[in-house]
Design a protein around this ligand. Sequence first.
Ligand code: GLU
Length: 331
Amino acid sequence: MNLPKLAIAALGGTVSMQARHAGEGVIPTVNGETLLASVPELKELARVTVETLGLFPSASLDFELLLSVLSWARYQVEQGAIGVVITQGTDTLEETATFFDYLWDHDEPLVLTGAMRSAAQAGADGPANLLDACRVALAENSRQRGVLVVMNGQIHQASVVRKTDSLALQAFSSPVAGPTGMLLEGTVRYLRQSSHRKLLPLPQQTTQTIAMLEASLSADTLMLENILELGYDGLVIAGFGAGHVSERWADAVEAIAKEIPVIIATRTGSGPTAQSSYGFIGSEMDLIRKGAAMAGFLCPRKARILLWLLVGCQRLDELTRYLNDDIRFQN
Ligand code: GLU
């Protein structure tokens, strides 16, 4: 039987975790081969190559490692894989998905998945998620959709997906947009057509640092006032509501925005920033006047990824275009 070629990489996370001794916490130790053995059904669907590219808790992944994972994934496609699946921890899945999505210039799907329950826990979701992710990666209707996140029977677009629950099985959602598809009785169904993605070239530089701060009630300005001195190349603020900060923060933002790019996102967890609704000091209109850019639908963490990549490939002049375009509405 001439089965399609599928490439899987393991990076660690709960899906790869187990305890060494009873009573100890779980740590990433389960390699890709062992993960694959938990989904024997796959043998009938694809010729699978599997590699363990790392065994990290996802909090300790970094951009440079992700660039090497990306080049591994590209190589797999060049070698004939019709889809690529990466398993990793869920804590930073929304960020790695966004990172890859800006850089993945293939029609073949790049699918990320993980698990909320480790292998030894009753009702472990790792094998089901991995099998679903493979089905999505193999499906013809997944082509030209960029990077997808498959968790708990749902398919999410990288640009909008967020981890919205710390421990629940249903930990991922796509606020406002909703999931882009789902798995129904083993088949891959999409609820929307694929939308145009804005890609970026690989960053030539990886040493840039982007700070991220969250606005909070009665917050001091100590960290803000030191951002420039600390040498940051950009700043993202998770602002109040529709993208607001206090008067004190607004003054600091004005000084910072003269030197480095500043993006204001919303800390609410859902919905866009405003552009032209509020006029008080610290409002979105005031901050735009002071030189900041509004994140639109991009959450603070995704805005930080975008800014890091734009600085890295020297495309900062296109920041507003990337921000304005980032929710993929269907007309
Ligand atoms: N809940 C996380 C996971 O799903 C914890 C560890 C991590 O992100 O690596 O994997």
